[in-house]
Design a protein around this ligand. Structure first.
Ligand SMILES: NC(=O)c1ccc[n+]([C@@H]2O[C@H](COP(=O)([O-])OP(=O)(O)OC[C@H]3O[C@@H](n4cnc5c(N)ncnc54)[C@H](OP(=O)(O)O)[C@@H]3O)[C@@H](O)[C@H]2O)c1
Length: 300
């Protein structure tokens, strides 16, 4: 039996599918235990229980692995990135107390405790907590996911399909190295079978500039949308106004800053085989047909 946080969500669903195909049982910890369960009786759902550590320990007992995909994209109301750090640390302590032999944790490329960006700083703090916990761990660091229910790349395509003009903030020359969600899930399942403590970037063999990525998506989905460059501040105001229309947070100031600081790219050799360009050719017809809302997914 394995624990997957978020088995009904994006990456967690792909990890769970692989585990179930291999005959394993999965218990998921989730904020939405009542969501439709595509795995039937092979997956049972329990709440996160971050505020009840004893119950959390009990829900982890007997698991061979914790696959932790839990995180929040940005602070909103009581759901803050600081809280996500505390919750992740609670989960790590609970795994230790429950005697779980392996912890596979999903982080981000280029986390740093010195980062001015809460997301990257919080990820680095959680990584250190895991490394110092005494647990056997694998830390996998993706940049940006594509495939599945990925939000960023899908929604770029959604806007390109609908808007007459699309704003690229600043020069657009920021590097980005996406990774296929299925590749990352396979890497996670393989990492669970090993015992070595390992920290690995999870990236595909192709690196794009943000503008190059947007131009490729535009071409493949057959969009005629004009691409214009705007100063980052103006582009942020534009995304906030569009956000009001789609009732979502499209991109935060921090996410823009992370891209502009080239944090979504790796200096290490690629660890995941699927090329974004090849995947895009196969999936261009469906990419961005439906909008995927972060707010609807996690706040409703
Ligand atoms: N998506 C990307 O492009 C990307 C890029 C780099 C790193 N990552 C990392 O990869 C991991 C998985 O990403 P993902 O796209 O698969 O994430 P996801 O599907 O949005 O969510 C993963 C888990 O976090 C929980 N969660 C997310 N937002 C939450 C919120 N606001 N409040 C409470 N719980 C929340 C989900 O809860 P429920 O079970 O209730 O849905 C789920 O258990 C994360 O650690 C993320 O930081 C993702």
């Amino acid at each position: 039996m394995h624990i997957v946080t978020g088995a009904f969500s994006n990456l967690g669903k792909h990890i769970t599918r692989l585990l179930v195909e291999q005959g394993a049982r999965v218990r998921t910890l989730t904020g939405h235990p009542d969501r439709p369960n595509p795995f039937g009786g092979r997956v049972e759902a329990a709440p996160f229980n971050f505020d009840d550590p004893a119950a959390l320990v009990e829900s982890l007992r007997g698991a061979a692995t914790v696959f932790n995909t839990y995180w929040v994209r940005f602070s909103r109301g009581a759901t803050t990135l600081d809280r996500a750090v505390e919750n992740s640390q609670t989960l790590i302590r609970a795994a230790l107390d429950a005697g779980v032999p392996r912890f596979v944790h999903i982080s981000i490329t280029n986390p740093s405790e010195d980062s001015p960006l809460e997301y990257f700083r919080g990820k680095a703090i959680v990584e250190r907590s895991l490394i110092e916990s005494g647990l056997s761990y694998a830390i996998l660091r993706p940049a940006v996911l594509f495939g599945g229910e990925d939000i960023l790349i899908n929604n770029i395509a959604w806007f390109l399909r609908r808007l007459p003009a699309f704003a690229i903030f600043g020069s657009g020359e920021y590097r980005i190295q996406p990774v296929h969600v299925g590749d990352l899930a396979r890497l996670a399942v393989q990492a669970a079978k090993q015992r070595e403590r390992v920290v690995l970037d999870a990236v595909c063999p192709e690196t794009y500039t943000l503008e190059g990525l947007i131009r490729l998506i535009r071409q493949e989905v057959g969009s005629r949308c004009r691409l214009v460059h705007l100063p980052p501040g103006m582009a942020l105001v534009g995304t906030r106004l569009l956000g009001l229309l789609v009732r979502d947070v499209i991109m935060t100031r921090e996410e823009m800053a992370g891209l502009m600081a080239n944090l979504l790219v790796s200096d290490s050799p690629p660890t995941c085989p699927t090329r974004f360009s090849e995947w895009l050719q196969l999936h261009a017809r469906s990419l961005g047909v439906h909008y995927i809302s972060e707010v609807a997914k996690h706040y409703k």
